[in-house]
Design a protein around this ligand. Structure first.
Ligand code: WTA
Length: 651
């Protein structure tokens, strides 16, 4: 761990076109201390400044971690689509809300103003209402990265429906689970989508997914490619034919602060993906406060977040944070590799992006493919702030990002957070915090961090401590529950260390009080910044008729951060080569391509304890090439892991 400090470039403030929101590090320190000492005063002030309540709240916060009943801004009424659209459309209708950059650069980009956004959102909201969607109903959205996906989120919010976006890379089976769990009447999709020059068959996947879902009565399909798609008359509707029937303005539904805004499924360490539920006011405030202070967003900014709306990063920083703060968000449909590895530079330069927020996995790929001469032609002068998210960023990748995108003239913020936290919880504030390459840095405003000793369960105070990362005080954008499973919510986050929210990540606090994230301490794997649980892949593999037992292990990987390895024993002898490919395909089909194992090892048996529990520790060590297995006195059959060890070394 390096203690190297990179200071905010000296000209950064002088060149700032609008003046930074915070004057410097001391101001952050003062504001942070205030936010921890008097959280209610701090959050109430931020809420009144950054959101528009149609009825003011009377109570800032009630509830506790122990009871799992935190609620914020009680008595307040607001509407997320009003905060993100109407108030900017009223103030400055021609300001650009969205720049759409299609997968194929030849197709030309498109700009949508706030006034136009208001019309699109209203018409779609009218259409959803006409299809029977009411306040509190959950609408499932399965769409590529196009402006209509943003319209869909905001249209749900406008009528008080809860959106549940499913990443358009998930299989029909995974989509079906989510639709059924949400009991969605309406699914919104496209005929097809494009990504990296390839066609993605969204409508066909939705059709397969809803085959056995009696709840779905409408599939609203946006015509994106014009491709031929299966059609069920009565159930399927074309977006363009429908939305024009509804008015260009419908009034936003007044929502209570605590009414749910959205559901997003994410992987936990056990069981099926859980539907994480976020509130309206608290979530939106988290997006606004971090957008303002971590990313220093101003209304004239053009914010480019490469996160897909199927994940929390896309929700908070492609859609809600930029729009609630009234700047321009860049919706990029493609990948960093198509038509060439220069694509991100092209988008940043063409859209004159002021911010670029992406994941280390993309940066690792680009670092291996791009030479400085190839990107020198791009005008990146507008770029002020870079951000990294999703996994730890290695110091050499951090420096490369800072240099290759920012010519060492921007600030770079590493942002640590989770689907459940709703918005950043540890980050360096752009232009404010002295940066340490590879380090998530310091707690965000209002976030009271703790590092806990996992053995004693005691909080470790002071610096130079290693443990698990937790949060001590409630914050507005924390998830409120797991749909239909509040017990699981309590057990996962609050019952492990009483009085704390448990993140599931290990962390180290260095001599300056900076926090370094060390990765998950539970059975969650992070592949290219996508979260997936070992048990989810294991259950899917066990559904395959040939598989007797299996253990999924995450191992370090140069490109994807972690890679999925499957260790499998079979019911009967099969050709191990054929079966490996088949198992990989099985996961691609049943969950998603990103969840497919990079390697499958077939063994005769798995190492187990005397009580029959698989000893993953041994498998992990063997897979990363460690030959010291530690205490193995409780492992049932030593010969088994030697067998495994032999197989590995012979590959
Ligand atoms: C990991 C993504 C290190 C972490 C926003 C967390 C990170 C999980 C960082 C949440 C970071 C996210 N440094 N690790 N800057 N950001 N993580 O819910 O393990 O998809 O628990 O949210 O990603 O993943 P999720």
């Amino acid at each position: 761990m390096t203690s190297e400090i990179v200071h905010v470039p000296s000209k950064w403030r002088a060149k700032h076109p609008h003046g930074a929101h915070l004057n410097g590090f001391l101001e952050y320190r003062t504001l942070y201390e205030e936010s921890i000492r008097s959280p209610d005063t701090f959050w109430a002030k931020q809420a009144r400044e950054l959101l528009s309540f149609t009825q003011d709240f009377h109570t800032t916060r009630i509830g506790s971690f122990q009871n799992g009943d935190n609620a914020w801004f009680l008595g307040g009424q607001l509407n997320a689509s009003f905060c993100c659209v109407d108030r900017h459309a009223i103030q400055d209708p021609d300001r650009v809300a969205i720049i759409y950059e299609p997968d194929d650069p030849q197709d030309g980009s498109q700009s949508i103003t706030y006034a136009e956004l208001l019309r699109h959102v209203s018409r779609l909201a009218g259409c959803l209402r006409a299809r029977g969607v009411r306040k509190g109903d959950i609408v499932t959205i399965y769409m590529p990265m196009i402006p209509e996906a943003v319209f869909a989120l905001l249209a749900c919010a406008r009528i008080g429906a809860v959106h549940s976006v499913v990443f358009a890379g998930f299989s029909a089976g995974a989509l079906q689970d989510r639709i059924v769990d949400a009991k969605s009447k309406v699914v919104i999709t496209t005929d097809e989508g494009r990504r990296g020059g390839k066609v993605i068959h969204t409508k066909s996947v939705v059709d397969d997914a809803v085959k056995d879902c009696s709840c779905v009565s409408t599939i609203l399909t946006f015509r994106q490619t014009g491709g031929d798609v299966p059609w069920t008359v009565g159930r399927d509707l074309w977006w363009d034919e429908e939305v024009k029937k509804y008015p260009a303005y419908i009034s936003p539904e007044p929502m209570q602060s605590e009414d749910p805004l959205f559901l997003l499924y994410t992987s936990g360490s056990t069981g099926k993906p859980k539907g994480v539920l976020h509130s309206t006011a608290g979530y939106l405030l988290g997006a606004a406060v971090t957008g303002k202070y971590v990313f220093d967003i101003h209304q004239k900014d053009r914010f480019f977040c490469s996160g897909d709306i199927g994940w929390i990063t896309g929700h908070t920083y492609t859609v809600y944070a930029p729009l609630v703060l009234g700047c321009t968000t860049i919706i990029f449909e493609g990948t960093p590799a198509y038509p060439s590895f220069k694509r991100y530079w092209e988008v940043v330069a063409k859209c004159a992006a002021t911010h670029f927020y992406t994941a280390p996995t993309a940066l690792r790929l680009l670092k291996s493919k791009i030479k400085k001469e190839e990107i020198e032609c791009f005008d990146m002068r507008q770029l002020r702030i870079l951000g990294s998210v999703g996994e730890p960023i290695a110091p050499e990748i951090w420096k490369w990002f800072h240099n290759f995108f920012g010519s060492n003239q921007t600030t770079l913020t590493d942002t640590y957070w989770q689907t459940e936290t709703g918005s950043h919880v540890v980050a360096s504030l752009a232009g404010v915090t002295p940066m340490k390459p590879g380090c998530a840095s310091l707690p965000c405003l209002g976030i009271d961090l703790a590092i806990i000793d996992p053995v004693s369960g005691e909080e470790l105070t002071g610096n130079l401590v290693v443990g698990v990362l937790a949060i001590k005080q409630p914050w507005p954008s924390m998830a409120r529950t797991i749909k239909d499973n509040h017990d699981r919510y309590m057990d996962t986050y609050f019952n492990i260390y009483k009085g704390y929210y448990f993140t599931g990540d290990g962390a180290y606090r260095d001599h300056d009080g900076y926090v370094w994230i060390r990765g998950r301490v539970d059975d969650v794997i992070n592949v290219s910044g996508h979260r997936i649980s070992t048990s989810e892949i294991e259950s899917a593999l066990l559904e395959h008729p040939a598989v007797a037992e299996t253990a999924i292990i995450g191992v370090p990987d140069n490109l994807t951060g972690e890679a999925i390895n499957a260790v499998v024993s079979l019911k009967e002898r099969e050709n191990p080569i054929d079966i490996k490919d088949e198992l990989i395909l099985h996961i691609r089909r049943t969950i998603a391509p990103f969840a497919a194992p990079k390697a499958v090892f077939i063994v005769t048996d798995l190492p187990k304890t005397r009580s029959g529990k698989i000893v993953r520790r041994i498998l992990r060590k063997a897979l990363i090439g460690e030959r010291e297995f530690g205490d193995i006195s409780t492992v049932r059959e030593l010969s088994i892991y030697w067998d495994f060890f032999r197989i590995l070394t012979s590959i």
